[in-house]
Design a protein around this ligand. Structure first.
Ligand SMILES: C[S@@+](CC[C@H](N)C(=O)[O-])C[C@H]1O[C@@H](n2cnc3c(N)ncnc32)[C@H](O)[C@@H]1O
Length: 454
């Protein structure tokens, strides 16, 4: 007979998953947690889910098949050329001067996709390198894809994909870098496949490439859409460890939906086209005011090496432009202050910006998100209400209003806002980017809201 899952056992399981993998199953995700655990119990041959959990917790320090266990609790949503602006930044602005510098010396590069899922991200990087480095066969390239889900890793190693993985790419891109087999399978070309090495690696507690293996550190670490599943504390700790894994000058690339204020403050920030990149560099001591204003470090564009034959998304993609910086613009100062974690300064700059322009909804949105970070939920709600008065279709505001209400136990009010958000989203194209979201697509936000179970 199956014993019912007790609250205390579920809490122990939550703690176990947080400690072992960093995965943070908050209370609102309890139904998912139970569902995944029932499947995992079955997969490990248990008919009683409680017994399975007890066994897991008992063997905490000697887990059997952690990669198989993780496969029940992780989400591997990914596709080729995802968040292409961050790939553009690396391809057009970060790599060319580095390649030039290393050309006469060591001719090596080390790039790590941490949380690579089924491999689309790391193969996108292989493609990018193959067209950025003309004599790539003479280079010593380390391109590492790691994950805790061994099912995803098996798929990554095979390098075989369906059309769905190319939902952000043109057909000509797909046909250039993949071989079509059996009508609907796409095999990554062998010369690209052999550039990549995959292995199991747990970001929470696993040894660090470039630190523990005594090799040189990583030049670039992609860790996109991974830390969104972690608790605040884990994000801070993991980003500290990733910092240690980089060479001086190396870059950490995260997704724009990540909680940027929690990333280690040891990084310098680079702003580019609405995205924030994190660079490891020795910082000189600065005053607080300088810290905020100097956050506007932008990259100086080096001579661009044009990709032979297209970049992946659009055949004639215009080259990405560096956003102009106006240091006296209080809205930009507010953004920089928020990104650097100076939240009270960010509020002050938002208020200054609102004095100059009371109708710019972006200022209200930024102010609301910062107020939320500060735990000032009532004020955040009133700011969001001002925002939707001005901009009735600004979907992210309804999403945040939904979150705040749900958190404070006002479930039906929360659902009302989520439903309103879904209604607006249903009129838009899923693949398009959500205005004001810095990279989140319409479809992804709808998935997130539906995942909450409205
Ligand atoms: C949504 S996918 C992101 C894939 C890819 N980086 C992208 O942006 O398209 C998140 C991945 O993070 C992995 N992951 C979650 N926790 C992890 C941990 N503690 N260590 C390493 N990988 C982890 C999951 O298994 C999953 O494959």
């Amino acid at each position: 007979m199956t014993s019912p899952l007790s609250r205390s056992l579920l809490n122990e399981l939550r703690e176990y998953l947080r400690e072992s993998f960093g995965l943070d199953f908050q209370e609102k995700m309890e139904n998912d947690l139970i569902r995944y655990t029932m499947l995992a119990a079955k997969g490990f041959g248990y008919s009683d889910t409680s017994q399975f959990i007890q066994q897991l917790i008992k063997n905490k320090h000697y887990p059997t098949e952690p990669g198989k266990l993780a496969s029940y609790y992780t989400i591997g949503e990914t596709y080729f050329m995802r968040e292409k602006k961050s790939l553009d930044f690396i391809e057009y602005y970060y790599l060319p001067p580095l390649i030039q510098k290393r050309f006469d010396k060591c001719r090596n590069l080390r790039i790590w996709s941490a949380g690579c899922a089924s491999g689309e991200e790391v193969y996108s990087i292989a493609i990018m390198l193959s067209r950025t480095i003309p004599d790539i066969q003479n280079w010593d390239i380390t391109l590492l894809g790691t994950d805790i889900n061994t099912e995803f890793l098996k798929k990554a190693q095979q390098g075989i994909y369906s059309k769905w993985s190319f939902r952000n790419c043109t057909e000509s891109f797909r046909d250039r870098y993949f071989e079509r087999v059996n009508g609907n399978e796409y095999h990554i070309r062998p010369e690209l496949k052999k550039m990549v090495r995959f292995s199991y690696h747990n970001l929470v507690g696993g040894s660090l490439p470039g630190v523990d293996d005594k090799k040189a550190g990583m030049d670039v670490i992609f860790c996109r859409n991974v830390m969104i599943y972690f608790s605040r504390e884990t994000i801070r700790n993991v980003s500290e460890r990733l910092f240690d894994s980089l060479v001086n000058g190396g870059i950490l690339v995260v997704s724009p939906v990540e909680m940027s204020t929690l990333i280690s403050p040891r990084f310098n920030k680079i702003f580019y086209s609405g995205y924030t990149f994190y660079q490891k560099e020795k910082k000189k001591q600065r005053t607080k005011k300088e810290t905020v204003e100097n956050e506007f470090q932008t990259v100086t564009p080096p001579p661009v090496i044009a990709p032979p034959g297209g970049s992946g998304q659009e055949e004639n993609d215009p080259l990405p432009d560096i956003q102009p910086v106006t240091e006296k613009n209080p809205f930009l100062l507010a953004k920089a202050a928020a990104d650097s974690g100076s939240l009270n300064d960010a509020i002050r700059y938002c208020d200054e910006a609102l004095k100059l322009n009371k109708t710019d909804y972006r200022i209200y949105y930024l102010k609301a998100t910062v107020l939320l970070e500060l735990g000032r939920e009532e004020e955040a709600m009133s700011t969001l209400n001002q925002l939707v008065y001005l901009e009735q279709d600004f979907v992210l505001a309804y999403f945040l209003l939904g979150n705040i209400n749900m958190r404070s136990g006002k479930i039906s009010e929360g659902h009302k806002h989520y439903k309103h958000a879904l209604k607006i989203l249903s009129k838009l194209k899923p693949e398009e980017e959500l205005p004001g979201s810095e990279g989140l697509t319409i479809g992804r936000l709808a998935e997130i809201i539906n995942g909450i179970g409205v």
